[in-house]
Design a binder for this molecule. Structure first.
Ligand SMILES: Cc1ncc(COP(=O)(O)O)c(C=O)c1O
Length: 432
């Protein structure tokens, strides 16, 4: 049962049996980048969907790796052993982040690159299944790698994005699944308009026809707890730089599917999970930072969800941390939507009010291109993205590609109501 409570002037949605105290200043103190100024204005980072800022503890962990553990993997000497230990610990942390087992977690360059690795590997075994189902709501990172399989004779089907509701057309998705579908791949949440899709149901429908499922959780990962076992997905990918970490990709493969995956690898490379997909030397300091980013989230859970009495198991603290952050951001996003709606010439693009969404809000202003809006806001220290953010198909379907796409405002747990008021005031000025 959810309840709205009000503590320290901030509306929170929390479990009725839990009192959460969200202290945004506690969060902000940990992010050195929040001290940046532009033309005398403090930077307000609304670019979280493009990548969040990084807390000091993540920076420290990366520096510590480079100072004390810097070596290649698998050596017999001190720094190499320390390096292996750091990577193993990070695997365990990311496993807790996703609800997986540590050896189901692999690291790589970024989601796009790992999606190509996955698509090229799965596409090696065509058999009688020669169809792949992708969607129009997805980032190109979850379209291009699968479209590349057309040259191997695969038929790529696309589930429709409904521009009127900014949601995925579930009936269309269902109708395009059949006993020839090898893979169904879709995002958890749209980085273009913030729509959260019913991925659990999509996995269920896909498995019903025997298809392998892949979830692009890059946008969602900042906005709620992920439980790969509950979702029952075969694969799920995300990127640590979207949740307070450095620029690396994180790959989950369900043991049975991951073990079968015919990944392209070097002859001298382990053929075991998770190493089989980890080509070459990894970004070790990035992996150290990603593990620490999970600790940062777990700390938020401890403080705000279990004050004084945090559970020992990290997964519970991580889930609580994710819930605490989103409970803080959702009402702020709603305020932003309500106030933007009241500004003349502003058009908001996102799902209907009762549909699950992230705290990412996209809009246009009639007659002013998105890049002009973003530039004007940027000069006031308000950092927003403009364009299609690689959710190019969705922006085309909205008919906005020829006029420069969307302005995207993404909330992160360090944004404040005051920053949102500054943003709204500037948008009003630009629009009138
Ligand atoms: C939903 C979504 N999928 C995939 C990607 C690509 O991630 P990466 O840059 O790690 O390849 C992004 C990046 O913005 C994204 O938002």
């Amino acid at each position: 049962m959810l309840d709205i409570i009000n503590l320290s002037g901030i509306k929170l949605i929390g479990k009725r049996d839990k009192i959460m105290q969200y202290d945004v200043e506690y969060i902000r103190r940990q992010f050195p980048a929040l001290g940046v100024k532009v033309n005398g204005f403090p930077a307000a980072y609304f670019d979280g969907p493009g990548g969040t800022q990084v807390p000091q503890r993540v920076i420290d962990s990366m520096v510590d790796y480079l100072v004390n553990c810097n070596a290649n993997a698998g050596g017999a000497f001190l720094t190499s052993c320390k390096s292996d230990k750091t990577i193993n610990e990070a695997r365990a942390a990311l496993a807790d982040f996703l609800g997986a087992e540590p050896d189901e977690i692999a690291f790589g360059h970024n989601t796009t690159t790992m999606m190509f690795q996955l698509a090229l590997a799965l596409g090696r075994e065509q058999g009688s299944r020669n169809e792949i189902l992708i969607t129009e709501i997805d980032h190109e990172a979850n379209r291009g790698p699968w479209l590349a399989l057309e040259e191997r004779g695969f038929i790529i089907r696309e589930a429709r994005f409904d521009p009127d509701t900014c949601t995925l057309d579930m009936a269309d998705f269902k109708s395009k699944l059949n006993d020839k579908t090898l893979v169904a791949t879709f995002n958890y949440a749209s980085n273009g308009v913030g729509t959260v899709s019913d991925v659990k149901e999509m996995v269920r429908l896909s498995h019903k026809v025997g298809a392998i499922t892949v979830i692009d959780a890059v946008h969602f990962a900042l906005h709620g707890p992920i439980d790969v076992k509950e979702l029952d997905t075969d694969f799920l990918l995300c990127s640590a730089y979207k949740f307070f970490g450095p620029h690396i990709g994180v790959f989950y493969g369900r043991r049975e599917q991951f073990e079968k995956l015919p990944a392209y690898r070097l002859r001298v490379q382990y053929d075991k999970i998770p190493y089989k997909i980890e080509t070459g030397t990894l970004n070790h300091e990035g992996i150290a930072g990603a593990g620490e980013a999970v600790e940062f989230i777990a700390d938020i859970g401890s403080r705000f969800y279990f004050p004084g009495n945090p559970p020992a198991d990290r997964r519970s603290r991580v889930v609580a941390g994710m819930k605490a952050m989103e409970s803080y951001e959702q009402p702020l996003a709603q305020k932003m939507i309500d106030e933007l709606t009241s500004i003349e010439r502003v058009n908001i693009y996102g799902p209907p009010k009762d549909h699950p969404r992230t705290s990412t809000v996209s809009f246009t202003i009639d007659g002013i291109s998105a890049d002009k809006v973003a530039t004007a806001l940027g000069e006031k220290g308000l950092f927003v993205w403009d364009g299609h953010f690689y959710a190019a198909c969705l922006v085309e379907k909205l008919g906005l590609d020829s006029i420069g796409g969307l302005v995207r405002v993404g909330l992160s747990p360090y944004n404040t109501e005051g920053e949102i008021d500054r943003l709204l005031a500037e948008v009003k000025k630009i629009a009138t």
